[in-house]
Design a binder for this molecule. Sequence first.
Ligand SMILES: *[C@@H]1O[C@H](CO)[C@@H](O)[C@H](O)[C@H]1NC(C)=O
Ligand SMILES: *[C@@H]1O[C@H](CO)[C@@H](O)[C@H](O)[C@H]1NC(C)=O
Length: 217
Amino acid sequence: MGCKMSWIIFQLVLCAPLSSFSLIIGGDDSDTVSSNIVYLHQLLSEERIMRSSLETKIQQMEQRIQKLETNMSTMQKVPSRDPTVAFHAYLAKDGGAVQSAHVIFDTVLLNIGNAYSPLHGIFRAPYNGTYLFSVTAATSPGHQLHFYLRKNDKTVEFVFADSRDWDQASKTTILALNVDDYVWVEANGELMGSWSDDSFGHIHIHSSFTGFFIKEM
Ligand SMILES: *[C@@H]1O[C@H](CO)[C@@H](O)[C@H](O)[C@H]1NC(C)=O
Ligand SMILES: *[C@@H]1O[C@H](CO)[C@@H](O)[C@H](O)[C@H]1NC(C)=O
């Protein structure tokens, strides 16, 4: 009895997989094989159609991305609605007697947009547009100082300060600039740094260079 049972179990374990295997193979039924091949061909051609439509879609997306990237790089050159550009710098260091000197206003009180370089004393226009500039020349007693406001290599304004006492003379102007035009100050005379006198109502005399972006054009 125990022996018969184990024989039956052995038959089940051994034969069940074998019989299902022969079922899958399906013998050499050529109809089934050719219908499977037809089915495979169908799948392949469907896959090919899907692939080519995906490739087209990817190409279209790449073209759109390229266009967007081009637009973005153009947009980066156009100022936003409120592109604040403003600077105010003055001269703290004495420069002594100078001739055709490029003035570097070394103390920067304001530099929104970083268009003024305190290292080089040059304002570089970030946008095409109108800009306001103001230049002040300060003199010590018995000296004179001439400032020339320069747009690229041309003088556009000048300020003459000449006095027997402490003095300041200034000029304000509006310039139309293109991107990368540069504005700076040249000096002749005695380039004085700042002079302060607290006993005299906190007087602080200094040469300065100020400007801001008004409007794009
Ligand atoms: C790019 O900008 C132009 C106008 O400059 C516009 O006609 C076009 O639709 C924009 N393209 C995309 C992809 O945003
Ligand atoms: C600025 O103006 C110049 C000359 O008018 C022009 O060639 C240039 O394309 C303009 N640049 C921008 C960014 O508008």
